[in-house]
Design a protein. Structure first.
Length: 303
């Protein structure tokens, strides 16, 4: 797993895989790894929070483990669970073998077998801890990237659960003991800020607020994703997206939508963003019926 000596080095590596990180983000990303702290990324949807985790996994040459948060998320989906179907099958196999040999079942032994590693379902956080304990070809810890995505969708209870894990990077399975790693994974927490996260959780993180990238940076991002597109078309798409963001929309487009937009234009063989092109491709950008009904395609076209 490559190590980067500073933020400039990391920013260049991210740029090499197509992720444009400014000095502030590169520094926050570097410090999160150097200080063994999670990086909390907050900002509007579509500005590159999730993509950062994917890019970091790529530049570090390690795996990306993703936990998608949702309302009601609990330990059985975040940490671990038991493979009930596999346990039932094992019980039936043991019962059949005991009956065939006219032997009594050893209930204590059977319970120990059912709650052993082969029956453990490792959820993302436990996967990341176990993976961090493993060594790569260079005899160094692998340190996967653990993406805890849209943590604001989960409740306060999950914040408390995560605080416990982040305190010492260990998970206790009562039947097996404590699974711990001295080298934590690289952790990226993302939030669209639909709710405030617990202050104690924020204090354990390096923080970065994601703003919409400036026009020049956004054009570079589009060039990376659709290199065959012309500079004039990329500039027109960015200007049109900027006009949309200036309106009072329910779901204003982020950079992910401008990428979808220029991909849609390329798929249709459109080289100029005129009113007809806007009408035929705007569904790649606006994802709300009210926003679409209020749209004036002509307002997005350069006059």
């Amino acid at each position: 797993m490559p190590e980067y000596t500073g933020a400039i080095d990391l920013a260049k590596a991210l740029g090499d895989v197509g992720y444009m990180a400014d000095d502030s983000l590169a520094t926050a990303s570097f410090l999160a790894g150097a200080l063994d702290k999670p990086l909390l990324c907050e900002g509007a949807p579509g500005v590159g929070k999730t993509s950062l985790a994917k890019a970091l996994a790529e530049v570090h040459g390690t795996e990306l483990i993703r936990l998608q948060c949702y309302e009601g998320l609990d330990a059985t989906h975040a940490l671990y669970d038991w493979d009930f179907a596999k346990q039932i099958l094992h019980v039936r196999t043991i019962e059949a073998a005991a009956k065939a040999s006219a032997q009594r079942l050893d209930a204590t032994r059977l319970d120990d077998e059912l709650h052993s590693l082969p029956f453990l379902l490792r959820r993302p956080i436990l996967q990341a801890i176990e993976s961090s304990r493993n060594e790569g070809a260079d005899a160094q810890p692998r340190r996967p990237v653990l993406l805890i995505d849209e943590i604001d969708r989960a409740g306060d209870e999950f914040d408390a659960l995560l605080l416990e894990v982040l305190s010492d990077w260990s998970v206790t399975v009562p039947e097996l003991g404590t699974i711990h790693t001295p080298t934590p994974p690289l952790v990226i927490l993302t939030s669209n800020r639909t709710r405030e996260l617990h202050d104690a959780l924020k204090r354990r993180c390096v923080y970065h607020w994601f703003s919409q990238p400036d026009a020049q940076t956004e054009e570079r991002i589009l060039a990376h994703h659709v290199p065959a597109s012309s500079q004039a078309l990329r500039a027109a798409v960015v200007r049109a997206a900027t006009r949309l963001r200036a309106q009072t929309l329910i779901k204003p487009p982020g950079t992910s939508e401008t990428i979808d937009w220029i991909r849609a234009l390329a798929a249709l063989g459109i080289s100029e963003l005129d009113e007809a092109a806007v009408r035929s491709t705007i569904s790649a950008v606006l994802k709300d019926a009210d926003d679409l009904s209020d749209l004036s395609p002509n307002s997005l076209v350069d006059q």
